[in-house]
Design a protein around this ligand. Structure first.
Ligand SMILES: CC(C)(COP(=O)(O)OP(=O)(O)OC[C@H]1O[C@@H](n2cnc3c(N)ncnc32)[C@H](O)[C@@H]1OP(=O)(O)O)[C@@H](O)C(=O)NCCC(=O)NCCS
Length: 241
């Protein structure tokens, strides 16, 4: 479980970076970047960014994510069919407001399986191996518990060792059926800790996102001012020559 101390430390490190120019390489402490990252619940206004995230996946990753080689049109259809009221879509943004990781927690609609949910996730290639996949999984587990889900389900190709490692690491039972595998994770009931942690995490993530938006606007404004100044200087140089 994540302690308040870790959350505060994470938001401190995240905040420190906001007003650094986007072109400078990220040199944040890898230990902090790897474990703590603000994960936000996404809404319908972000469907464009979700589409863009999924379109950025290479064909092999689309195959791993959806279980078939999804083309652009199928991805667009999948996103337009997302039910933000019923399901939960989580995302991780970088400082350029690029959605680098997205997870979909889909709640079962069948009457007999209302206490079940399915998890799907994707992380852009350049952001992999930092624990984002695992953190999204933990976030989804916490939310699922708080929503009364008893069983979380992950369908993955048997070759998808990264995804299966995440599920196994959380204690899921993995059943292999040839090229495909199903992982089942039994969830403990919600408690005060899971409810409070989710509330605090969501609050930190919302603040993080607002700061990123402000920083993005600040750098856009600065660039625009530099362009205007450059234009004026060029015009002055032309008239004086
Ligand atoms: C599966 C996926 C989401 C993992 O994302 P990630 O952020 O890289 O995952 P994590 O950093 O949390 O690592 C999870 C596991 O993947 C493995 N892994 C991730 N990156 C790795 C790398 N560069 N080298 C070696 N192993 C790596 C590790 O084994 C790790 O398990 P560990 O904790 O036992 O070491 C990502 O690879 C992905 O988007 N794949 C394409 C879509 C997909 O397969 N979705 C899952 C189907 S629902």
């Amino acid at each position: 479980m994540i302690s308040a101390r870790k959350l505060i430390k994470a938001s401190y490190y995240a905040g420190k970076d906001f007003f650094r120019p986007p072109q400078v390489r990220d040199v944040r402490s890898p230990a902090v970047a790897a474990v703590m990252v603000p994960i936000r619940s996404l809404g319908p206004s972000e469907t464009g960014r979700i589409v863009q995230h999924l379109l950025n996946l290479a064909p092999a990753d689309r195959y791993l994510r959806f279980g078939y080689a999804a083309n652009d049109e199928q991805i667009e259809r999948y996103v337009s069919g997302l039910n933000f009221e019923r399901d939960e879509i989580f995302g991780i943004y970088n400082r350029r407001l690029e959605l680098i990781a997205v997870a979909h927690l889909a709640f079962a609609v069948e009457a007999d399986f209302t206490s079940c949910a399915e998890f799907g996730v994707s992380v852009l290639v350049h952001a992999r191996g930092r624990g984002y996949g695992m953190r999204l999984f933990d976030r989804a587990v916490m939310h699922a518990r708080n929503e009364g889900v008893h069983m979380m389900f992950i369908h993955a190709l048997s070759e998808n060792t990264n995804m299966l490692n995440i599920a196994r690491g959380a204690g899921a039972i993995v059943e292999r059926d040839g090229p495909e595998s199903d992982a089942y994770l039994r969830l403990p009931p919600a408690d005060l800790d899971s409810r409070m942690t989710e509330m605090v995490e969501e609050g930190v993530a919302q603040t993080d996102y607002r700061l990123k938006v402000q920083a993005h606007q600040f750098w856009s404004f600065l660039r625009m001012m530099q362009d205007v100044r450059r234009g004026m200087r060029d015009a002055r140089d032309r008239t004086s020559s």
